[in-house]
Design a protein around this ligand. Structure first.
Ligand code: URA
Length: 263
């Protein structure tokens, strides 16, 4: 069961301090006028209290996704069990990211998780430890999970679009995301989560086929293979754009509502 939202965690996320500003003015004190991913809203407050959040609308189907470059490989991966899948990822040489990785970083969490969070790709610490989101962005993700009444490893699985670290933490290229797509697809099919939360543009684009601003993607209910999908900011982006944490909080409240409506 998802636990109630925890006020201490909201304080930890520094959200309690900015909430009053936002409720009054629509913009937290000190917030920049614009940010690259989320243009400032001019009218309604950015956050709606959990009980009054607008009801999720009918799901928006994914745009057609790219056809696998190697259908035979995709079909082979689609039949793997967890053990074989992890071995396959560890040995994968389907794209150039294998050349500089220390190890592949498959994912972490409950294999029957209700919630699947999908990030972009491992960074240096993840490459070192073999687990997604263990660096600074991971600490923030854990706080976001806690604020939503969730916990890494319990009801939650965390994965990435690409399983190997892009050098210098650059954004994975479309062909790298495409080469790794059969792995994420197989993970989704084995877990069959009740909701997918796409963290950041790379994950949203991969899973919805939409390549547009996060501002226009958030607070919408998409579907991926029949599973409800919502989008929010990547934790690494939030570390650089603190006022947008409040929007991420709003996204998580929205996600909880979508989840509550899914059997
Ligand atoms: N950023 C990601 O997208 N994934 C990780 O695992 C770590 C940082």
């Amino acid at each position: 069961m998802t636990r109630p939202v925890n006020l201490d965690t909201l304080r930890e996320l520094e959200l309690l301090d900015v909430l009053p500003h936002l409720w009054r003015t629509g913009t937290p004190a000190g917030a920049p006028a614009t940010s690259p991913e989320a243009p400032q809203r001019t009218s309604t407050p950015a956050v709606v209290a959990p009980g009054t959040q607008r009801a999720p609308k009918a799901p928006i189907a994914a745009q057609p996704l790219p056809v696998p470059a190697d259908p035979a490989r995709a079909a082979r991966i689609a039949a793997l069990d967890w053990r074989a899948l992890n071995e396959d990822m560890a040995a994968c040489r389907a794209c150039r990211l294998c050349e500089r990785r220390k190890q592949a970083v498959p994912g972490v969490g409950a294999l029957d998780a209700s919630w699947l969070f999908v990030g972009e790709g491992p960074g240096a610490e993840e490459d070192e430890q073999g687990e997604p989101f263990v660096g600074q962005a991971g600490k923030l993700l854990d706080a976001m999970l806690a604020a939503a009444g969730l916990q890494r490893g319990r009801e939650v699985y965390i994965a990435n679009v690409v399983k190997c670290r892009p050098p210098g933490n650059r954004t994975p290229s479309p062909d790298e995301a495409e080469a790794c797509a059969p792995y994420l697809d197989r993970q989704i099919n084995l877990i069959r989560p009740k909701i997918i939360v796409a963290l950041g543009k790379t994950a949203v684009t991969r899973l919805t086929g939409r390549d547009t601003s996060m501002a226009s993607l958030r607070l919408q209910r998409f579907e991926y293979q029949g599973i409800p999908l919502v989008a929010t900011y990547h934790p690494a982006y939030l570390l650089r754009n603190l006022p947008d944490k409040l929007k991420a909080w709003e996204d998580l409240v929205f996600a909880r509502r979508v989840r509550a409506e899914t059997r």
